[in-house]
Write a protein that binds this ligand. Structure first.
Ligand SMILES: *Cc1c(COP(=O)(O)O)cnc(C)c1O
Length: 457
């Protein structure tokens, strides 16, 4: 179909929104490795997880076979507040780059949390409420997940306790206030409130924290408080399941115009937006119906896929969580305080790790300053100020489009624009002042953490 017929924004109608989440695991021949009990090293059973997680979410977590999970009516109604999200044809960016490539992005920043995280937050809050819980605890890095969860909890009348990575807490006071607006309590992590927090502070005085530390604190708080469970905004299978709404909508929109992407790319922190975006397309690839190139983009400062080890590791620094098999830098790894807080996690989704290990997906790492160059270029022509995390995907989309310019190929590139960057202006300021660094860990540094991975036979 000729370009003229494709609008700048492909919107779906409400009735075209998905009514079920798609579980990619059902189509995977090599299933992601199971979570292991950190004491016995045996696969975690639902019963062992029930002190930490909500029951229905455990069921979703452990189900490798059911291809579709119906989205409850209450969640679908909430989705309609801010979904379907637009699939945008980046005509202006294409023009600026003078590329024959056709670039599309799925924009998930159209809600107060400013990111895709609300898609899973509302689902997790719903199941917690349905189970009759009083509240939930969680961690947040850059603040998007905490904000999304605060919104979701206030909607269902749940208490919300957030441990926020200290460097973000200090860099982004406004995020904290948004969370408090929705009634959440926010504590900088590591804190003196928990045993694990006190231990981490004693070992690393003055640390700016990490997602791994904050997770340990949130889990400890949940298991020691009556009527509370812990919820997580990424990495877990259940989160990728909820985020499949992104990919399902994208696929419906593309199919409407007969568009078949060549490349689908997105940033990968714990892998939830990327896993959700690629899910239905990867499903086709696994079933032998279609082929696509999938590219995960990660920061050079926290390169789990490209320089990590595929092994069982703890999901948190305090080593209280189950063990997950994933590409990991080691649970003790605390990345340099770069500005894409949502991508500063040592591990990666087990689903994406397995797909990457099986050669079904590629991964690249990009440097921070190059990411902000791409962010600025995008902001100037597309009318959206992107989140630093999302800008990793913009970098690779632009790079691929520039390659097309050299070869003359008119490839179709789809990327996930996960959110907006209005709370990240300190990072933009550093970039504009030329004060942004591109810290890349050395091999020695990475080996030091990899050597401390738990030994599993
Ligand atoms: C959290 C976040 C990410 C990274 O998380 P994933 O689970 O890898 O998707 C990316 N972009 C934004 C805007 C985020 O808030």
């Amino acid at each position: 179909m000729a370009n003229e017929h494709i609008p700048y924004k492909i919107y779906l109608e409400e009735k075209e929104m998905p009514t079920a989440w798609y579980n990619l695991r059902a189509d995977m021949k090599n299933k992601p490795a199971p979570l292991l009990n950190p004491g016995t090293h045996r696969p975690m059973r639902a019963q062992e997880l029930s002190g930490v997680f909500c029951d229905e979410l455990i069921r979703q977590e452990l189900d490798n076979d059911t291809p579709y999970f119906e989205i409850p009516e209450e969640i679908r109604s909430f989705y309609k507040m801010y979904r379907p999200s637009p699939l945008v044809r980046a005509y202006c960016l294409e023009e600026k780059l003078q590329t024959p490539a056709k670039i599309y992005y799925k924009f998930e920043g159209n809600n107060t949390s400013g990111s895709h995280k609300l898609n899973s937050a509302i689902a997790q809050a719903y199941y917690a409420k349905k189970q009759g819980l009083k509240g939930v605890t969680t961690e947040t890095g850059a603040g998007q997940w905490g904000t999304a969860l605060s919104m979701a909890c206030s909607y269902f009348g749940l208490d919300c306790k957030v441990y926020m990575v200290k460097c973000s807490y200090e860099q982004k006071p406004f995020r904290r206030e948004v969370m408090r607006t929705y009634g959440a309590s926010v504590t900088p992590s590591p804190s003196m409130e928990t045993e694990v927090g006190r231990k981490i502070l004693a070992e690393h005085p003055g640390t700016t924290g990490s997602l791994g530390c904050a997770i340990s604190e949130a889990v400890e708080k949940a298991v020691t408080s009556q009527g509370y469970r812990y919820v997580l905004g990424s990495v877990l299978n259940q989160v990728l399941l909820h985020q499949s709404v992104i990919g399902l909508e994208t696929k419906t929109a593309l199919d409407k115009y007969g568009i078949k992407p060549d490349i689908i790319t997105g940033c990968a922190g714990g892998g939830s937006n990327l896993g959700g975006l690629i899910a239905p397309f990867m499903g086709q690839k696994l079933r032998g119906e279609a082929d696509y190139r999938f590219i995960a983009v990660e920061p050079a400062s926290c390169p789990s896929f490209t320089r990590g080890v595929y092994a069982y590791d703890f999901c948190d620094t305090g080593m209280v969580c189950p063990l997950a098999k994933m590409y990991t830098l080691g649970s003790g790894f605390i990345p340099s305080p770069n500005h894409a807080g949502g991508l500063r996690y040592h591990g990666m989704s087990s689903i994406l790790s397995q797909l990457y290990h099986d050669g079904l997906m590629e991964a690249v790492s990009v440097k921070q300053t190059e990411v902000f160059e791409a962010a600025e270029q995008f902001a100037r022509v597309e009318g959206i100020l992107p989140a630093p995390e999302s800008s990793h995907a913009i970098r690779v989309a632009i790079d691929e489009a520039l390659k097309c310019k050299e070869t003359g190929e008119a490839k179709t590139i789809v990327f996930g624009l996960t959110g907006t960057g209005y709370f990240d202006m300190v990072a933009y300021e550093k970039f504009h002042n030329g004060e942004m660094s591109d810290y890349i860990p050395t091999d020695e540094e990475l080996q030091q953490y990899a050597a401390r991975l738990p030994k599993i036979d």
